[in-house]
Design a protein around this ligand. Structure first.
Ligand SMILES: Cc1cc2nc3c(=O)[nH]c(=O)nc-3n(C[C@H](O)[C@H](O)[C@H](O)COP(=O)(O)O)c2cc1C
Length: 179
């Protein structure tokens, strides 16, 4: 059985999860930009940061899969909004559905992890995107705000870190088939 952990990370929070998962499972972790022969692997664990609903690098990477009938595919998203919130989880899953071939989406097990953000480290494009988003969602009445919007408002212009390695337990158990 050959396994691989692939990650898409701009600012390192997803990379930290991928490296911790690698340490705990002894599976090599590499950035999606460096993956060549994805079809050589039986088990693929993809971790990607959430960017405007997209999972960084996921679509580009997983659409290269050919025959997935004997493969195990796991996807973990890393975002700012709290994945305990059901609406947030549903939104993320719905977005993922549109970013993957149907058979890959149906086969994939999906997990959600919480990352972090440091506005002082963001590039200009990302800073501008979040400023526009913040200005738009601030106008929405409080009772209509989603968990995702609230996370955005609460963390705007700040440095926050919600990384919690124990949230990897479920993924580790699944990899080791303890579930
Ligand atoms: C431009 C931009 C868009 C983002 N969009 C989302 C989003 O749609 N949902 C979410 O939960 N978090 C969103 N985030 C927060 C990131 O997902 C979070 O910072 C994550 O930890 C980043 O992963 P990385 O450090 O591995 O790049 C966004 C952040 C930026 C900078």
């Amino acid at each position: 059985m050959s396994n691989i952990i692939i990650y898409g990370s701009h600012y390192g929070t997803t990379k930290q999860y991928a490296e911790e998962l690698s340490r705990r499972t002894n599976i090599k972790a590499i950035s999606f930009e460096k993956v060549n022969q994805i079809n050589d692997y039986d088990n693929i664990i993809y971790l990607g940061g959430l960017y405007a609903g997209g999972v960084l690098g996921m679509s580009k990477t997983l659409k290269k899969l050919n025959n997935i009938s004997n493969k195990k595919i796991m996807i973990a998203t890393v975002g700012l909004a709290d994945p305990i919130d059901e609406e947030n989880k549903n939104n993320i899953r719905n977005n993922i559905k549109h970013q993957l071939p149907k058979e890959v989406f149906e086969k994939a097990m999906i997990f959600h992890l919480r990352g972090g953000i440091d506005y002082s480290k963001l590039n200009l494009v990302h800073k501008t995107m979040l400023k526009l988003l913040y200005n738009a969602i601030k106008k929405i009445p409080k009772e209509q705000q989603t968990a995702e919007n609230n996370a955005m408002i609460e963390t705007y212009n700040k440095k926050v870190n919600f990384i919690n390695f124990s949230s990897l337990d479920k993924i580790v158990n699944e990899i080791e088939n303890k579930n």
